[in-house]
Design a protein. Structure first.
Length: 437
């Protein structure tokens, strides 16, 4: 007998079906047993008498007849709530050991360390699965949006020989007799590739040796990178990013209704345009609103980011806000300084619901200026030779941005910690399991 998926059973009243899946929950009422069976398409209630004992999460085959439920027993919360399966036979295909906690509840009610210590198990829970269905949709929509605009996807290398983004947050790896690094960002490759394909994007892992444990930092994150040429202004980058974000939101809204509902989540609001402010303007607003004088700072602190998001929602009806013109020297060497005031650059962060979702901007494309910046930033030409080769032979004015997939997922669903939005989060204290075990 062919397998039937659970979602198909509603249309098969009075027919016999063969279901394969996991025992989600069991309710024993003496001789009668109710089993909620789960497969990739959904959940259905199965009922049988004198069944052999079966443990929750075991993988089973159930053959049975679909029967309509009496009106008063219809469960409108699930798609198969109007039917149930009368079990004729139940076979255990893979027996689950006794569970360390109850998996059958609406919420898992576990603290974060336990949730992660038992990741192979906890990911089976409906709400955990929902997080990663939303994330898959975000990434899929990101791809679709860019493919529609003629971008080419590329695969970024993870082993690199230098540290172009700067900063100390980099993992060294022993590479035969040499020293190499795990890539912090595909930045130089995406810029180089603009000289070849004009428009490129990638979905890749980035590695940051973040020495502190925060709710928004992972040591390995998924970066959605975009770079394109022939831009007329840094604002072209914002327009492209806004297009991508709107596309992602509309696909998630359309395709993840059930998942969003599980978290009571609503997509971030965007007004007609995402508001855009220069760093200095943002600092002035923060000073006016809170009395905290951050006007001499070169960057926004986490509490400033939260304040600007509050401002944006209250004053502009937008959960998202762009902040531009960060201090040139605080940014990597490749940023293009604003000719009107070169101490500030055409660099832009997107803030959403209190946290930075992306960085980007317009880049240098003049070869001589790039050489000058490398020198000023204390970097060696030989460390970025391929990148330089590209610009030596002509690259159009270019710009781009990178969105963090975990941070987006986290803030779309209202999760408290970015680790919840990573299937297998890595941080200072954990690679799958706790390092201190
Ligand atoms: P940046 O370093 O700001 O920019 O990274 C881009 C985005 O990636 C995400 N992100 C992280 N998420 C979780 N944990 C981390 N440790 C982490 N680090 C970064 C954030 C962040 O906004 N080359 C530039 C991008 C560009 O200019 O195109 C860059 O790497 O959401």
């Amino acid at each position: 007998m062919e397998r039937n998926l659970i979602a198909e059973t509603v249309d098969k009243v009075d027919e016999e079906v063969r279901l394969l899946g996991w025992v989600n929950t069991i309710r024993d009422h003496g001789k009668i047993t109710f089993i909620d069976l789960r497969d990739r398409s959904g959940m259905v209630q199965c009922v049988g008498t004198n069944l052999e004992h079966v443990s929750p999460e075991s993988v089973v085959e159930i053959i049975g007849t679909v029967s309509g439920r009496p009106e008063n027993l219809v469960n409108s919360k699930i798609k198969t709530g109007s039917i149930e399966i009368q079990i004729k036979s139940l076979k255990v295909l893979s027996k689950a050991a006794e569970l360390p906690f109850d998996m059958g509840t609406e919420d898992l009610n576990l603290d974060l360390p336990t949730l992660l210590d038992y990741r192979a198990l906890t990911l089976r829970h409906k709400k955990q699965q929902a997080i990663f269905k939303v994330q898959a949709e975000i990434i899929n929509a990101f791809r679709q949006a860019l493919l529609k605009r003629d971008f080419v996807e590329f695969q970024a290398p993870s082993i690199i020989s230098s540290v172009p983004e700067g900063g100390a947050e980099v993992f060294k790896v022993k590479y035969f007799d040499h020293e190499a690094y795990l890539s912090q960002s595909p930045q130089l490759y995406k810029s180089l590739l603009v000289g070849i394909f004009e428009r490129v994007f990638s979905v890749n892992q980035i590695f940051r040796a973040e020495p502190s444990v925060t709710t928004r930092h992972l040591t390995e994150a998924t970066s959605l990178d975009v770079e394109f040429g022939f831009i007329e202004s840094w604002t072209d980058v914002l327009e492209m990013e806004e297009y991508v974000i709107r596309y992602i939101f509309s696909e998630v809204e359309k395709n993840c209704r059930e998942e969003l509902d599980l978290f009571n989540a609503t997509l971030p609001k965007i007004s007609d345009n995402i508001p855009t402010l220069k760093l200095k303007e943002a600092q002035e607003i923060i000073f006016q609103r809170t009395g905290r004088d951050v006007r001499q700072e070169k960057d926004l602190a986490p509490e400033d980011e939260r304040e600007m998001c509050k401002w944006s929602l209250e004053e502009k009806g937008s959960d998202l806000v762009f902040i531009s013109h960060f201090a040139t020297k605080k940014k990597p060497f490749y940023v293009l300084p604003d000719p009107e005031d070169p101490t500030y650059a055409f660099s832009v962060d997107l803030l959403g619901r209190g946290v930075e979702w992306s960085s980007g901007g317009q880049r240098l494309n003049d070869y001589e200026t790039i050489l000058k910046h490398l020198d000023e930033w204390g970097l060696k030409q030989k460390d970025v030779e391929l990148y330089l080769q590209s610009f030596k032979y002509g690259v159009p004015p270019l710009g781009g941005f990178a969105l963090g997939a975990e941070r987006m997922t986290m803030h779309i669903l209202g999760l408290k910690n970015v680790r919840e939005a990573s299937l297998f989060p890595r941080d200072m204290e954990r690679i799958d399991l706790r390092l201190s075990r």
